[in-house]
Design a protein around this ligand. Structure first.
Ligand code: NAD
Ligand code: UD1
Length: 339
């Protein structure tokens, strides 16, 4: 057993990391947050403190900075690491491929080096369904092969997973969680998604448009081979995703194996179209959402949703929330931001 319940969360000031910090603390873990604030500020940390009533052990620093990490790991007794820190904007990664490769891959390598030196073995990695591209079979399971990456961002996730598959054999215990489309916010509306600039992702674009920050939502394409012609995704509530991390960590800590690498899809198993989500938002919130159909967005896959059987079975994880719940929570968060 691990004497310490202290978990390092890199990228913990960001969207998914912050929600996971809350669930870790609810489950009784002590959390050490590392973030360089390149895509965030202290807003979500303050929100976590309000939700949990506890001060966050936060360290501003970069995951590529080995001295910073080593000092931190020396002063705290760390049981494991959840590694969220990465750059994640697909379009930007096409403009800045070197920055994406350097940040996402160097961060991973540096964190693993420090873990090895400090004898910390348990590691959970933020991967993405983007590693599958457009899979041949849907729902997609973990055995589906990687397709050629659609973007430098997607390639960094594939490369990171391959690195993990190599290094675990030297004594790490590693889980990669392949997220489908995380949406929503904490039901308290104290933390949520805070995209910098114009959002790329669908739900923040929806809520910002309904709040009047944007003129109109463009639905990218209605001529796909799907029931209503718009793309189909597996939208998962961010709190359910956060809980999957806590289950994954508990599973890892309960297993005796000295070296392991496991990959899990984290999705609901239900495909929901973009138009279905847009209509659900209007129906559930009563908000006005001007939208029109526009051309397809280059690089979008037509439809993808998870076969989540492996994580259901091995970790007894199932989502508690529906996409409608997530939309209501995202809207409450947006209204708070708009005030
Ligand atoms: P986010 O940008 O909100 O959070 C990432 C955090 O990492 C940010 O706070 C950023 O400042 C920090 N960061 C980046 N590089 C860093 C570095 N070198 N050192 C320290 N901190 C650094 O993104 P998110 O949506 O919370 O995503 C978290 C993880 O999940 C990422 O790895 C992302 O690729 C992955 N992921 C996200 C989605 C999604 O739809 N949001 C889907 C699949 C996978
Ligand atoms: C994208 C990335 C994925 C990444 C994830 C998290 C691609 C191909 N995939 O997923 O690798 O892990 O973001 O950052 O970019 N949409 C609209 N109008 C909008 C915005 C989106 O119609 O204004 C549609 C898109 O065409 C897509 C769906 O909504 O069909 C979801 O889009 P988005 O939220 O950007 O996520 P993905 O593209 O699925």
């Amino acid at each position: 057993m691990h004497a310490s319940k202290k978990i390092v969360v890199t990228g913990g000031a960001g969207y998914i990391g912050a929600h996971t910090v809350v669930e870790l603390m609810n489950a009784g873990y002590e959390v050490v947050v590392i973030d360089n604030l390149v895509n965030s500020d202290m807003t979500l940390i303050t929100g976590i403190e309000k939700i949990t009533g506890k001060k966050i052990n936060f360290h501003k620093g970069d995951c590529r900075d080995k001295t910073f990490l080593t000092n931190l790991f020396r002063t705290e007794s760390i049981a494991g690491v959840m590694h969220f820190a990465a750059l994640k904007a697909v379009g930007e990664s096409v403009q800045k491929p070197l920055e994406y490769h350097e940040n996402n891959i160097s961060s991973l390598i540096t964190v693993l080096q420090v873990m090895r030196e400090q004898k910390v073995k348990d590691f959970i990695f933020s991967s993405s369904c983007t590693v599958y591209g457009q899979p041949d079979n849907i729902p997609v399971d973990e055995h589906a092969p990687f397709k050629k990456a659609e973007s430098p961002y997607g390639l960094t996730k594939q490369i990171c997973e391959q690195i993990l598959e190599d290094v675990y054999k030297t004594g790490f215990r590693i889980i990669s969680l392949r997220y489908f489309n995380p949406i929503g916010a904490h039901p308290s509306a104290l933390i949520g998604e805070m995209p910098i600039g114009t959002p790329n992702n669908l739900v923040p674009y929806i809520t910002q448009t309904a709040a009047g920050w944007r003129d109109k939502l463009i639905v990218f394409g209605n001529d796909y081979n799907t029931p209503d012609g718009s793309c189909v995704r597996d939208f998962i509530h961010v709190v359910d995703l956060a809980e999957a991390h806590v289950k994954a960590l508990a599973w890892l800590q309960a297993t005796k194996t000295t070296a392991l690498y496991e990959v899990f899809n984290v999705g609901t198993g239900n495909g929901v179209s973009v138009l279905q989500l847009v209509n659900a938002f209007i129906r559930k919130t009563g908000a006005k959402l001007p939208f029109r159909i526009g051309p397809r967005r280059p690089g979008d896959v037509e439809k993808v949703y998870a076969n989540p059987e492996k994580i259901n079975r091995m970790m007894n994880w199932k989502p508690r929330y529906t996409p409608e719940d997530a939309l209501v929570h995202a809207w409450a968060w947006q209204q708070k931001l708009s005030r």
